[in-house]
Design a protein around this ligand. Structure first.
Ligand code: ARG
Length: 353
């Protein structure tokens, strides 16, 4: 533990140009604290910096230009289940910000006994990806889930319970296309904000197990993957018909055309509802800027190519044409659970799972 603490604190204090005496003083305090308690308590500055650098080190994320703007909510004082649930709902409200999404992380105490089983704070109950947890929820409450949004399933002090989310705090975006009323008639929606809740955060050897965090969506996560993957909403044929495409043979390129129109529709829909979203060209440009910034600071950017290329026209963005070193540096986020079989099958091809 001390080794991890030492490397984090040293990196941070150097990055922030703190002097040697301050660094050594802090390391001494930490060493003593670890000797007597087995762990140590991050100052708020360390917590904020650690969470931001964890984002900076997230090899799979194309949105890292904004790493130092991450809003960090220090919630280490909360321990009661109802306080934690309120704070999770506050995260949704704060980060949604009426559509001007604020990248936010809520950090609860590392040894909290509160375990959230949902992999995102917001998911639709009918998304095939939630089937296993939906089943668990229905078993526990002995009735079908009726709500559009999946309730939270959590374990607190060994007891597992269901909490229905207050749906009035969730921003949901109707998907429309300016040229195709038939598409509008499908009445598709997607929620505004992806809030990942399935990862641990390692800062200097301290593992935070409840750390929901969010950015905003890149269009293709919704349009190329969530709505089209055969093991998700599987809507390729449906939207191709709505876009009046000739699906009689592959060589009409109807699949590709449908994919492009759907990306266009999702982008337009979020924009016209004033909800933050980024297209893959802009995201890739921003990532290029991030790479330049990092090089200027003398840091080597690490990345996972298989995740950094967008699932639409990948060869049209710069990421495609270069290699990335996929070494994991700490601080960083790590998946808690072993992936299920299906996730495993697609793990190489599944941006932002
Ligand atoms: N791919 C996930 C989804 O479609 C979201 C992962 C995080 N994405 C992000 N833009 N921060 O729900």
């Amino acid at each position: 533990m001390f080794k991890d603490a030492q490397s984090f604190i040293t990196q941070m204090y150097q990055d922030l140009n703190k002097d040697h005496a301050t660094l050594n003083g802090r390391l001494e305090v930490i060493q003593q604290e670890i000797e007597s308690t087995g762990t140590y308590y991050h100052t708020q500055e360390e917590l904020i910096y650690g969470a931001r650098v964890a984002w900076r080190n997230s090899n799979r994320c194309i949105g890292r230009l904004f790493w130092d703007k991450l809003e960090v909510k220090d919630l280490r004082h909360l321990d009661d289940a109802s306080d934690i649930i309120n704070a999770l709902e506050d995260h949704i409200k704060y980060a949604t910000n009426d559509g001007r999404i604020i990248p936010t992380i809520s950090i609860f105490k590392p040894n909290t006994t509160f375990i959230l089983h949902n992999d995102q704070l917001i998911r639709y109950s009918n998304d095939p990806i939630v089937r296993p947890i939906l089943q668990q929820i229905e078993d526990i409450q002995s009735s079908k889930v009726q709500s559009k949004f999946l309730p939270w399933l959590y374990t607190y002090n060994g007891e597992t319970k269901v909490h229905p989310i207050d749906e009035s705090i969730i921003l949901d975006v109707p998907l429309t296309h300016p040229q195709f009323p038939k598409f509008d008639a499908l009445n598709l929606t997607w929620y505004a904000i992806p809030i990942i809740s399935s990862m641990d955060l390692n800062i200097g050897g301290v593992i935070y197990t409840l750390v929901p965090f969010n950015g905003w969506y890149m269009v293709s996560e919704i349009a190329s993957r969530n709505l089209l993957d055969t093991y998700r909403y599987d809507l390729l044929n449906t939207v191709a018909n709505a876009f009046d495409l000739d699906t009689s043979k592959t060589s009409t390129y109807w699949r590709d055309k449908a994919l492009v129109e759907l990306n266009y529709a999702v982008h337009q829909s979020y924009k016209s509802n004033n909800v933050s979203i980024v297209d893959h060209y802009t995201a890739s440009k921003q990532f290029e800027k991030f790479e330049q910034n990092e090089n200027q600071c003398g840091r080597q950017v690490t990345g996972d190519w298989t995740w950094l290329i967008p699932p639409i026209s990948p060869s049209l963005v710069h990421n495609w044409h270069k290699g990335y070193d996929n070494t994991y540096h700490n601080p960083n986020f790590y998946y808690k659970k072993k992936p299920t079989k299906q996730e495993d099958n697609h793990s190489n091809k599944c941006p932002y799972h």
